[in-house]
Design a protein around this ligand. Structure first.
Ligand code: HEM
Length: 228
């Protein structure tokens, strides 16, 4: 019984773990987005005077990805990220199991008349994103970072987005991510602090704007690369 009451084993603890890991993943996503937006910088923007040999987006993206692999603090943060993703998924499964057992106390807002459809379908959205992450990491992370069989990440990514159905898969996953983020950010704040209704409304609004911007910026990358 004592173990059951341990940190992150209680319902509140699990919600907090979900919130903390979720917020860390969001931090990664912001950096990941900025890094990948290099892919769509127009050639007319170059040469960037202050940055040695960088003559186009191709050079800049490969310099960025080289830095990701060879700068140890980034490698350390990447391991924290993998652990956060795994903890987030396992925690989500445990919360769902717990909810199914005791119908009384639920993590998500379940009143169908007042909650948005995406709040009630976080599990489904999360599953879509989870399947996407497996595909995504198999495509890029595995050959580049782990197996070391691909050395030009720019060529690999741009070639991938010449295939229309990959673009489509990415767009579907990014839409799911957008909705998952809106409710996730709001929920994380609800879990981590008690805010007055007025503040919660502002957080809701910020969550909506942030998720929309993230989704739009992620979504334009495959489309621009497909059309380029
Ligand atoms: C369409 C835009 C995207 C592009 C072009 C892209 C590209 C890449 C590339 C090239 C890598 C391998 C190199 C690296 O570690 O950075 C990677 C890794 C990764 N991506 Fe993406 N990505 C995109 C969107 C996303 C989204 C929406 C997610 C999450 C839902 C995501 C999650 C990840 C994760 C978890 C890794 C492994 C990170 C690491 O090892 O540090 N990516 N991505």
């Amino acid at each position: 019984m004592a173990v059951k009451k341990g940190l992150f084993k209680t319902s509140v603890g699990r919600k907090n773990l979900m919130a903390i890991t979720g917020l860390f993943i969001i931090f990664f996503l912001i950096i990941h987005l900025i890094g990948n937006l290099i892919l769509v910088i127009p050639d007319s923007f170059f040469p960037i005077e202050f940055w040695g040999n960088v003559e186009n987006a191709h050079d800049m993206y490969n310099a960025y990805s080289h830095f990701l692999v060879h700068f140890w603090p980034v490698t350390f943060v990447a391991w924290v990220l993998y652990a956060s993703i795994i903890a987030h998924v396992v925690d989500a499964l445990l919360i769902t199991l717990q909810n199914n057992k005791s119908k009384g106390e639920k993590y998500q807002v379940t009143d169908k008349s007042t909650s948005a459809w995406y709040s009630r379908n976080m599990g489904l959205l999360g599953t879509v994103i989870g399947v996407f992450i497996v595909l995504h990491m198999t495509q890029f992370w595995l050959p580049y970072k782990v197996l070391n069989v691909e050395h030009d990440l720019y060529d690999l990514v741009t070639a991938t987005f010449k295939v229309w159905w990959f673009v489509l898969i990415y767009e579907i996953a990014i839409i799911a991510l957008g909705f998952h983020l809106v409710h996730g950010i709001e929920s994380a704040h609800r879990s981590l602090g008690i805010y007055p209704k007025k503040v919660m409304n502002i957080i809701k609004y910020i969550a909506l704007c942030f998720s929309l911007i993230m989704a739009i910026l992620f979504a334009i990358i495959p489309i621009i690369l497909y059309l380029k």
